[in-house]
Design a protein around this ligand. Sequence first.
Ligand code: NAD
Length: 483
Amino acid sequence: MTEIRSREEIYIGGEWVPSSGHGVIEVVSPNTEEVIATAPDATLADMDAAVAAARNAMDHGPWPRMDKAERLAAISALSAELLANGQAVADTISAENGCPAKWSFGGQVMSATMTLDAFAAIGADYELDSVRTGGLGQNVRVLKTPVGVVAGITPWNAPLFIMALKLGPAMVTGSPIIIKASPETPLDAYLLADAVEAVGLPPGVVNVVAAGREASDHLVRHPGIDKVAFTGSTATGRHIGSICGEQLKRCSLELGGKSAAIVLEDFDLTSVPELIDSGMLNNGQACLAQTRILAPRSRYNEVVDAMATHVAAMVVGDSLDPGTDIGPMVTARQRDRVVGYLEIARDEGARAVTGGSVPADRDRGWFVEPTVLAGVDNSMRVAREEIFGPVLSVIPYDGEDEAVAIANDSDYGLSGSVWSADADHARDLATRVRTGTVAINTQLNLDWHSPFGGMKNSGVGRELGPEGIDQYVEYQSIIDAPG
Ligand code: NAD
């Protein structure tokens, strides 16, 4: 078993340094409710120091001016380093946030290394310097210069993967970054810092700190920050977006979701386990979770029954136990929030066909039974608000036009899916869904080489693919005199 290691220092300017304060983050196991490790709670002054180090790397260091191929080699080296330590990283994340061990190596670690590998590959074809013919026949050199110093602010649910989503494009373009990890998951962030140190990047290129709201807010507002890359809740995203708007800072926001899986008339029930996984992955604590299952009324009971049978057989348990399907919620607050939604569902007239409460046999840990809610109408709060737990709402529809209308009747627009024996028809229907990604007959709702992100309240901007790199550049046109 991996040792879950406390940390005494933060990673700034290519060095492990003590925090300027004495605040400590206690990492509490969601399985046992016991403190399993501690890490420094970075202060406002630590944020200033991190910005100064990154600014120095940007304004005076070799990194932004280095040949792109060298930076891409560093991305590949970082990916390899993380993968070499992958099991320890996966166990650490499972211990911190309750992600089931059976999913964490692939879902938490390999998703991150594959992201870095994808950016190393895409970066090779991504032109930072090109010449075009201007409107008067003159040469115009168009440069994609680094966006500058980036604040990468990340959540606890898929911490390493989301850090990689920001690290990869920042490294391609030569933009130094400060990763501000969530206070629920500081330990894996410092394992990333270990990997950065092992690879030997120039000082200040990647800085890693974990801190709470106040220090994070200070980082966002800091005049030395050129761009904020945020992933988290819509409420925090709105707040950060407003600061960036005021300060005219570059900003990308990856926010919440309430995605719909449209199950068509010809749906094959053998796909039910995958359909459920697409909503229950990471204990349902995933932004792209397909939590509204839209089923044709003619097959509604059949779909609900098949889902209930499968979900009732899911094993709820300690996140580090390899047999566990559903681990605990990340915090007591999150458990209470999910349980609160189960009560709201009952009050609104929905029916839990399986689950619906906390497991009776667990007196420690923040567990919630995986739940299928039937009799849900799209106007109910459980269908409109992000629950972020193992709760699926099955909503009936009459005809595909209504299915599309229900899918689109949401404040969110992150992802979606269509499930049908006729993949061509499903692909056509997908174009009518107003979300950043739509998957066809699969739980894989994002692709490493293609843009990922949200419409509406799910965010602004895209990550992954060359479009993800575009968010980390400033264009500069150098215009010759007309000949
Ligand atoms: P959160 O918004 O509470 O916190 C996210 C990060 O922002 C944390 O690092 C937190 O410390 C920091 N933060 C909080 N308040 C801040 C402030 N005022 N100023 C600056 N930073 C602040 O979100 P969470 O609970 O950690 O994560 C869950 C949410 O993230 C869900 O809504 C989920 O849908 C969303 N999410 C979105 C994506 C995506 O790609 N769209 C991916 C994963 C998670």
